[in-house]
Write a protein that binds this ligand. Structure first.
Ligand SMILES: NC(=O)c1ccc[n+]([C@@H]2O[C@H](COP(=O)([O-])OP(=O)(O)OC[C@H]3O[C@@H](n4cnc5c(N)ncnc54)[C@H](OP(=O)(O)O)[C@@H]3O)[C@@H](O)[C@H]2O)c1
Length: 257
């Protein structure tokens, strides 16, 4: 575990926000948003070097405590070890499960190795199962907590050449619905966010490029804007909880209708 700290001056009455699957796009933006709102944040992924650079960046921008913790979501022992560290930091009030196996190209079903298919399910679904099992007991005990799962258009539609991605994401959606039905009555908010489009760079980073290319109207989704919605889901009044939500850039066409 690598700790990056910048004094926030805020009292730490809140729990921890654990963001699993953090790279430079959505995961980084969600972690930054929860840090901005005063949470101590644990960010988790496999590449500890990159993760610790992101943790330092967020800690210094948001004047927050950010912990970088290695996890491989496809390995149940790695998930258990990582959460032992996360839980030693305090109560996990927010879990965002963002990790996925990203296939580089469409692969014909006949040439898709079983190992690739299994790995995608292991990361998208089994990893989510393990992470949720680590945090739900104390959320139930306290009668509060939020778990947000990240989906995509492949969560709803089969796509030729992407059976590994679609099956992993379909199953994740099923898990989210089952957990919501079981744990919402016990005070745990569980939602599934379908991102219908390509996540781009945050506008703050792509500003110069965007100005050159005509205002950034490239149809991608700004991860900072997405992160804002994750925050809004977390702070929703429990009398009106969202279980599933879809998000797209206003200039893009709907992919899954
Ligand atoms: N990018 C898009 O266009 C897009 C579109 C729709 C939906 N989404 C969804 O949004 C989520 C985030 O995607 P993003 O592209 O914005 O990526 P990101 O949040 O920048 O990074 C996600 C990180 O997950 C980590 N990861 C992958 N496999 C892992 C594993 N086995 N164990 C632990 N961590 C793992 C990777 O880091 P390490 O390599 O260091 O482990 C990766 O950088 C995904 O669930 C994706 O399906 C993305």
């Amino acid at each position: 575990m690598i700790r990056s700290t910048a004094s926030s001056g805020s009292s730490q009455q809140q729990g921890i926000a654990a963001i699993v699957g953090v790279g430079p796009k959505l995961g980084r933006s969600i972690a930054g948003k929860f840090a901005h709102e005063g949470y101590t944040v644990a960010i988790l992924a496999r590449d500890l070097g990159r993760l610790s650079r992101l943790a330092e960046e967020i800690a210094s921008e948001e004047k927050a405590q950010v912990f970088a913790i290695r996890i491989d979501c496809s390995d149940s022992k790695s998930v258990r070890d990582a959460f032992e560290t996360v839980l030693s930091l305090g109560f996990v009030e927010v879990l965002v499960y963002n990790a996925n196996y990203q296939p580089p190209n469409p692969t014909s079903f006949q040439s898709l190795p079983l190992e690739t298919f299994q790995n995608s399910l292991a990361v998208s679904t089994v990893g989510a199962f393990h992470c949720a099992q680590q945090v739900i007991p104390s959320m139930v005990e306290r009668g509060k907590g939020t778990i947000l799962f990240t989906g995509c258009s492949a969560s709803l539609n089969g796509i030729a050449g992407y059976s590994q991605l679609c099956c992993g994401k379909f199953a994740l959606r099923g898990l989210a619905q089952c957990l919501a039905r079981e744990f919402q009555p016990q005070g745990v908010h569980i939602a599934h966010v379908i991102i219908d489009g390509v996540v781009g760079l945050p506008r703050r980073k792509s500003l110069i490029v965007a100005e050159r290319s005509g205002g950034g109207e490239d149809g991608t989704l700004d991860p900072d804007a997405l992160a804002q919605t994750y925050w809004q889901l977390h702070v929703q009044d429990k009398n009106a909880w969202t279980q599933e939500m879809d998000l797209r850039n206003s200039s893009s066409t709907f992919r899954f209708f």
